[in-house]
Design a protein around this ligand. Structure first.
Ligand SMILES: [Zn+2]
Length: 80
């Protein structure tokens, strides 16, 4: 039996990757937060999370402060 290996799409570059290699975020009322174990989730690949231009675009798209998005990403890195 193969292990379950769900494929998810990065929200910014649309590249498909294994869910395990992507950063998991969540949308609550159209705002991005770190995933809390329930609700609708969105995914971001490592390359995009390190791409300043893409992160700026993403912050703009979700009407988020760039610094706030950076905080969320740092939080995710820490939690692995
Ligand atoms: Zn990406």
């Amino acid at each position: 039996m193969k292990k379950n290996n769900p494929i998810r799409m990065c929200i910014t570059c649309r590249k498909r990757e294994s869910q395990r290699t992507l950063m998991r975020l969540q949308l609550i009322d159209n705002r991005i937060v770190a995933y809390r174990g329930f609700g609708r989730s969105i995914y971001l690949c490592k390359a995009c999370s390190l791409n300043e231009k893409k992160m700026y675009g993403m912050a703009k798209r979700f009407r988020l402060e760039r610094s706030h998005l950076a905080t969320i990403l740092k939080e995710l890195e820490k939690n692995g």
